[in-house]
Design a protein around this ligand. Sequence first.
Ligand code: FMN
Length: 463
Amino acid sequence: MSDTFTLSFRPEIVFTDESDRLTLQFDPHSLTLERPQPGLKSALKHLKHSALTAAQLTALVAEADGVQDGLNFEAELQKLINLGWICHSVLPLATAIAIATDYQLISPVFERDKPFIISRFAFLRQENEQLVLESPLSKAKIILLDWRATALIGKLAQSNSSFTLENLADSLIDVEIVQSLIQLLIATKMISLEPESEALAEWEFHNLLFHRQTRLKRLDDARKSKMPRLEDRERSHFIKSPMSDKVVFLEKPHLEALAKTDISLTQAIESRQSIREYDNQPITLNQLGEFLYRCARVKEIYTHEQDIMNIGEFTKRPYPAGGALYELEIYPVINRCQGLNSGLYHYQPLSHALYAIADGNSEVETLIFDAWKSTGMQDVPQVLLIVTARFGRLFWKYYSIGYGLILKHIGVLFQTFYLVATAMQLAPSAIGGGNSEQFGKIANLNEYEESSVGEFILGSLKQ
Ligand SMILES: Cc1cc2nc3c(=O)[nH]c(=O)nc-3n(C[C@H](O)[C@H](O)[C@H](O)COP(=O)(O)O)c2cc1C
């Protein structure tokens, strides 16, 4: 066990000392010790209120309770570290706090005067009015307690061939403290002693951060143990209000008749392909209406008898969505469609209608132009479907996995688009990129409330 760092309980742990009983609580777990030995009690109090090293704490227990108890303490302390209950500090500079369980902090052996550089994955951000160093490679976050720690991190971001610990410490702080800080940075993977593996080298910073943030259960997420509840002030209705007074009501297809004449599911899956060439006769308004109805209409509105999250009304639609919250909205951009003027529309899935937002002006044309460029400039798309997410429909419930969930929903919706388009003998293709800023300007959206997250093109199949 390292003696470089001082140890303390993580700040969220509630420590109660009642006569013969000590309780440690960190939601959803708690640990109760009945009549703890005096040395153990004292060590736990030190973990709450002061800063001793693991060796000092073990010695304290061994001295008061006996050598065997000292050894037991060391093993139990290691278990608490692995659970993420213990912070490691280099005072007065920094404290490492675990952000995930299975936490290991192995103090490394390193060559004092070999140059170090902070990982390209490490980043600084402000949290609770403190500067925090994090990295998607690390299971810890490091609270920078003192401006000198920030200055040292800044120096460690530059490669320096004349690196020595003395140069780094400069006149800022004692060189031994700088050495311990570097050990903490290495132990928490903010500095790596090894070159990046080939697999890691392929990762962009933001991809790895997004991956970790959406796949890791963070210990420091204060909301993790609370049942989420939709507060009335956060409510955004399951249907967007009409975006204009120019409405085009769409035809509803005869589903029973279609069920008899459609190709089979196997045929649809097997013949589905991305098609970016169209017939001279463009897609019709009725086809667009049928397509939207089959893919994305509201089929039913219902409520749950026991609505503990205060969600209120839910909807059923042809495609699945996490929590049945349905945050996605569809905005058809019409270039060529028989029976419908070119321009930008919003699809209202309850009334099964299009609301006109803008006519086919040059700004709207740039949306079509961008999609066309993404196809390698095959035929100019007849219809571009821009899909947005209304973030407020999801984020109150799904917190850090919210954005990842939206991308999954895009996948689910796109496959529905593909299969319905195949059954209808239309030409479908997903598009991998789009300009959400440009679209937000035209549709007058507040990017933090609603923004485009996916694009899909549709047209008539070449005869
Ligand atoms: C999420 C996603 C993004 C895509 N982005 C584009 C794109 O930007 N441009 C394009 O021409 N095709 C795009 N495609 C279509 C793929 O190129 C196509 O699915 C792939 O080549 C396989 O061909 P198939 O769909 O005909 O089976 C995309 C497909 C998906 C699922």
